[in-house]
Design a protein around this ligand. Structure first.
Ligand code: GLN
Ligand code: ZN
Length: 767
């Protein structure tokens, strides 16, 4: 008998109950007891939803008040010293201080670092490893939640981040730290006690997540994996350990992984179809259970049941059904809760979507289909095939004109950069060290409230548009007063840089309830790209030309790039990502042409998500970078030589993709630099960057206003590695989240610093 399981379930609540409870607790309007009660109610609802769907083995400890990696940090007592934690167990306030920083009665600490969870848009808290750090059991969460589930009669499978992944996800704070040595050993020692206690409490299966095994791993890391599990296996008692991987195939780790002294191994057959080849060529140990991930935990589409069942039957040729767990490809954390609630969206489209609730049904059907035969799920198979057929044939998915254009259009390269540079200098007449901003200005409460009132129908379109026009006019006047050289309109009409474009492009849909946790209490509703992308009408021309009409200085047209739109959406699974990206690029290309025709001479195409789309394995990088760069160039390709194309990137490590950034061939790159302590300048010291570049001169994430002197020294550091006639002066990123009171003095300082340096270099008025 095959059994069904999930790797994890969304925890924020169908109506984001956890978000509201946490935020109320942080504000002081909810007690810790009430927060805990909300958590308990949500866990119970989520377990019961899975149980009533027919899931056999249900994850426990996938719940979190903030983040599952932070929970593991608390479990092993790895609280950094700055939190002054002395207790037996990690209390709620220490926990949230690590997540968010804290400022109360003379206690002022910054949060721990946060970064993207593999290639998802979920962010985890980065553990801090220090030399001589001691680990000890410091949380009873996993035991409490197991007991809670047991008392409800739930067939519970406690889940935990595996020791190797936990060790590797953390960041060593100094060179003396031996991550594979003392850190991993310390984690294993605590985990051994945890496993003993879980086993004694009656846990059947215990899932240890090791997603780091789908990335390139060194022999030393694989040896460490073996050591860790050899040690842990001795403490599992009567419990069965399941080592769970996800987000791709396990490649060279397969032989080691399948020979660990554990009872089960979990593989992702959705994102990692190569796992099937590994299974067939290496075989699978006859003493182990295989958790086969067949239902996509990362995307929003209904499974093609027939195809998934065929894969499952193939797998069953190697691993008999009684040793199979039918599973999701990863935790369902990355998909919305229940797509049947999207009654606002078109009925046909809705029938193609699956949230966690629908995905559980699929798992149960697949399990039954394998165990009892296809006939027993005939109706579900027929329904699934009908949906696949409706998607494959639907005119809302396929647009012949888009298909024809994609097939026929060749990339028309812009003239060589050095030639463009001369023409643009002549056309724009900018001073040395030109100053600019990244695009957005403060989205104040007023801006957001006007948008809400307009959307709710409380004010009409002309009132809303008048408001936007006034705000843009004030912002242009203000930038002129500040003395900025290249202006922006401020992006007040956009609530989100991807949503704004998705709403105007065909092939995109939006949900009402499709929230997905991004970090902590923050959730997003990613757009769904379901069909061929086309641009029925210009998207940004109106506000950009209006802004330009108010000033003799150049105003930058502001677009979100194709790769970023793709990476921040749920994308089609019926064609390669690169094709979808190219369609978006062609739509943007038309927008660039329209902006230019309307008189804009500078256009920025933002690509903050270029880096994060990098595949998890390095062999796959060149192919991704190749099509991603091509898509950007397609979008920019309609610009004439005199039109200056800017791009912008932020908050990732750029060292390893600097060659790709160069080959974007943008005329100007503004790039975050201050927040990461000038790391970027070291890259430019090593690699000659041929185009113009504006390394951010101050961190926009902090409310702190930089002093002229600080900006000057950042500029001096920049000029030490970049030629003065190629440097721009700008903040790290957009100013959307800041207040005007912070933005004004900061930009004043920035402009003043640029002026002083120009004067010192002997170009007071520019050239
Ligand atoms: N133009 C955008 C802004 O200023 C860029 C945002 C980003 O890089 N994430 O808001
Ligand atoms: Zn940015």
């Amino acid at each position: 008998m095959a059994k069904s399981t999930t790797i994890g379930y969304p925890r924020i609540g169908a109506d984001r109950e956890l978000k509201r409870a946490c935020e109320a607790y942080w504000k002081g309007s909810l007690t810790a007891g009430d927060l805990r009660a909300t958590g308990m109610a949500l866990r119970r609802a989520h377990w019961e939803a899975q149980r009533s769907a027919g899931i056999d083995l249900i994850p426990v400890n996938d719940f979190s008040f903030y983040d599952q990696v932070l929970d593991a940090v608390a479990l092993i007592g790895a609280v950094p010293e700055r939190y002054h934690w002395t207790g037996e167990t990690v209390d709620l306030d220490t926990y949230f201080a690590m997540a968010r920083g804290a400022q109360r009665d003379g206690f002022d600490v910054v949060a721990m670092d946060m970064t993207k969870w593999f290639d998802t848009n979920y962010h985890y808290i980065v553990p801090e490893w220090t030399a001589g750090q001691r680990f000890r059991l410091a949380s009873s969460k996993i035991f409490d939640e197991l007991a809670e589930a047991q008392s409800l009669g739930i067939a519970a499978k406690p889940v935990l981040i595996g020791p190797l992944s936990l060790a590797l996800l953390g960041k060593a704070q100094d060179e003396k730290v031996d991550v594979l040595g003392s850190v991993l050993d310390g984690i294993v020692t605590v985990y051994a006690g945890v496993l003993e206690r879980l086993a004694a409490a009656g846990a059947g299966w215990i899932q240890l997540d090791e997603p780091c095994l789908v990335q390139d791993r060194t022999p030393a890391e694989l040896a460490a994996l073996q050591r860790a599990y050899a040690a842990l296996a001795r403490h599992a008692g009567g419990a069965k350990l399941l080592v769970q991987t996800y987000f791709g195939h396990v490649g060279e780790a397969y032989p080691v992984l399948t020979s660990l002294p554990v009872a089960g191994v979990g593989l992702d057959f959705v994102r990692g179809p190569a796992n099937l080849g590994l299974l067939e060529s290496h075989g699978f140990p006859s003493d182990k259970v295989l958790a086969a991930g067949l239902v996509d935990g990362r995307n929003i589409w209904r499974a093609d049941l027939d195809r998934a069942l065929t894969t499952l039957e193939t797998i069953a040729g190697t691993v008999p059904p009684d040793r199979l767990l039918v599973s999701t490809s990863c935790s369902l954390l990355h998909v919305p809760y229940d797509t049947s609630r999207e009654t606002g969206c078109d009925e046909e489209l809705r029938s193609w979507l699956a949230g966690a609730v629908q995905k559980c049904e699929e798992l149960v059907n697949l399990t039954r289909g394998l165990t009892d035969g296809r006939d027993t799920i005939k109706a579900a198979l027929a329904e699934s095939s009908a949906r696949q057929a409706s998607r494959a044939a639907s005119p809302r998915v396929h647009n012949a004109a888009v298909g024809a254009r994609l097939a026929s259009e060749v990339l028309r390269e812009r003239p060589a950069y050095e030639k463009r540079r001369i023409m643009q200098a002549d056309h724009l007449g900018l001073p040395l060290l030109p100053t600019t901003t990244i695009g957005s200005f403060p989205q104040t409460g007023e801006v957001r409230s006007m948008r809400r009132r307009f959307e709710a129908g409380d004010i009409d379109a002309s009132a809303y548009e008048n408001y936007l026009a006034d705000t843009i006019a004030e912002t242009i006047a203000l930038q002129e007063r500040l003395g900025l050289d290249v202006l922006v309109h401020g992006e007040f009409e956009r609530s989100d840089m991807v949503e704004y474009f998705g709403e105007q492009l065909s092939g995109f849909a939006f949900t009402r309830h499709g929230w997905v946790q991004s970090y902590g209490s923050r959730c997003v509703r990613p757009p769904i790209i379901y069909g061929d992308v086309a641009r029925p009408a210009p998207m940004t021309v109106k506000w950009s030309t209006y802004a330009q009409s108010l000033s003799n200085k150049p105003v930058k047209g502001m677009l979100t790039g194709p790769v970023t739109i793709l990476n921040w959406s749920f994308v089609r699974d019926d064609q390669p990502r690169s094709d979808t990206c190219r369609q978006i690029a062609l739509a943007l290309k038309d927008e660039v042409a329209d902006l230019e025709a309307a008189g804009l001479s500078t256009i920025q195409i933002d690509e903050p998500a270029l880096r994060e789309g990098l595949p998890l394995r390095q062999v796959d990088w060149p192919a991704y970078l190749d099509w991603a760069v091509t898509c950007f160039r397609v979008a920019a390709s309609s610009a004439s030589a005199t039109t200056q194309i800017h791009t912008h990137m932020c908050y990732s490590a750029f060292d390893d993709i600097i060659a790709a950034i160069v080959s974007l061939d943008a005329d100007v790159l503004s790039i975050e630099n201050s927040r990461s302590g000038g790391d970027l300048l070291r890259v430019f010291d090593r690699v000659r960057y041929p185009q113009e570049v504006g390394p951010g001169v101050y961190d926009i994430h902090s409310p702190r206003v930089p002093k002229v002197e600080e900006v000057r020294s950042m500029l001096r550091a920049t000029l030490a590695v970049l030629p003065v006639d190629r440097v721009w002066v700008n903040p790290d990123c957009g100013l959307k989240t800041r207040t005007w009171a912070e933005v004004l003095p900061a930009l004043e300082a920035m402009v003043e610093a640029a002026r002083q340096i120009r004067a010192e270099l002997g170009f007071p008025g520019g050239y």
